[in-house]
Design a protein around this ligand. Structure first.
Ligand code: NDP
Length: 329
């Protein structure tokens, strides 16, 4: 039986380990479609799984990697046949089911989406869960009825993966994008992908007042904690903030003042269990509105060998934009 390389997280008496191993098909979990993985990516959640900083791995051993793109090798589902190009993000893959950091993956057909027209497999992974989540945030703000004429939109964690794609999509939709970052050296990068203004993230880490000066009509927040609480207190009357992340912490030290005195809405965003129709609509929007040159500007490609180190880097806030991992040919 042929073998393939995989990253495997395991639990020993000494704690969680993470390293490369050779696996065979018989090591894979149940599913009706087997995919030859060509590309994956590194999201913040992958970093948390690799480092064990949060309990993302829900079984041991586990192949991490919440995103993958590849080619169907065999299928018991009438929906897919060998040779089909597919992508996957979410559904607990890379958490409770073996994920994308392996030469092969066996998956449930209902988790798979055909590779969108207009994106290569590598570009799909450049978008990945982070970019997919960014478009869900933008669509949530739009569904709430917000339009660029209402005022500026703030994006926190702007130089990260979710943030970078959100900046580009919001700028393309005509918003005045205020990019909040702790990395002033990335100002030119952020302007290049559409930011109109750069602000130091320290502006949002001070003590939270119930209400502060109204600055933003909308927000996309991937940081959480004090940052999200401050953004809410600065959101204009009838504005909204789409909250998707916790890079700064899981708590929310806010008051209800923005909700009950300014009618501000907090829109929660989850990408993992996003239903299929929403998924397809989100990928269509990405294919239509995400400029390929900007996507390239925010993407760094790394070899499979470098994925564990990249996972450690992302939880330290050292990764700019998006990473594509070349898994195999
Ligand atoms: P990245 O690491 O690429 O981006 C996070 C960014 O947040 C960093 O680049 C940095 O931006 C900022 N940041 C990091 N640490 C801190 C801190 N301590 N205080 C303030 N800002 C900080 O991660 P992703 O973009 O992949 O993910 C972002 C968040 O969104 C994560 O929490 C992730 O778990 C979550 N997420 C949620 C999803 C969902 O379904 N709800 C799906 C995908 C992601 P800068 O340097 O510009 O300040």
């Amino acid at each position: 039986m042929s073998t393939f390389r995989a990253v495997v997280i395991d639990k020993t008496e000494a704690g969680q380990t993470c390293g490369f191993r050779e696996l065979t098909d018989s090591d894979l979990m149940d599913g009706d479609v087997t995919v030859r993985v060509t590309h994956s990516t590194v999201n913040y959640k992958d970093g948390l799984a690799i480092t064990g900083k949060a309990p993302i791995a829900r079984r041991f051993p586990l192949v991490p990697g919440i995103d993958l793109a590849g080619i169907v090798e065999s299928s018991e589902s009438p929906e897919f046949k060998p040779g089909d190009a597919v992508i996957l993000n979410g559904f607990g893959v890379g958490e409770g089911h073996f994920g994308g950091y392996a030469g092969r993956a066996r998956l449930k057909s209902e988790w798979l989406v055909r590779k969108p027209e207009g994106f290569t497999a590598a570009q799909c992974m450049a978008v990945g869960t982070a970019g997919f989540t960014a478009v869900l945030c933008v669509q949530a703000l739009e569904r709430f009825g917000l339009t660029p004429d209402r005022g500026p939109v703030v994006v926190t964690g702007a130089a990260g993966g979710v943030g970078s794609v959100a900046v580009a999509l919001l700028a393309k939709a005509g918003w005045h994008v205020v990019a909040s970052t702790g990395r002033p050296q990335e100002a030119e990068y952020l302007k290049g992908i559409g930011a109109a203004e750069i602000v130091d993230r320290a502006e949002f880490t001070g003590q939270v007042r119930p209400l502060a000066k109204e600055r933003f009509a909308a927000g996309v927040d991937s940081v959480g904690s004090t940052t999200l609480a401050n953004i809410l207190s600065m959101t204009k009357y009838h504005g909204a903030v789409a909250a998707c992340g916790l890079a700064g912490g899981m708590d929310l030290p806010a008051t209800v003042a923005p909700f009950i005195l300014r009618g501000v809405a907090l829109l929660g965003i989850d990408s993992v269990m996003s239903p299929r129709a929403e998924r397809i609509a989100a990928w269509d929007r990405l294919a239509k509105d995400l400029d390929k040159d900007q996507l390239a500007a925010m993407t760094t490609t790394i070899p499979f060998d470098a994925v564990i180190e990249a996972g450690r880097d992302i939880v330290q806030g050292k990764v700019r934009g998006r990473l594509v991992v070349e898994i195999g040919a």
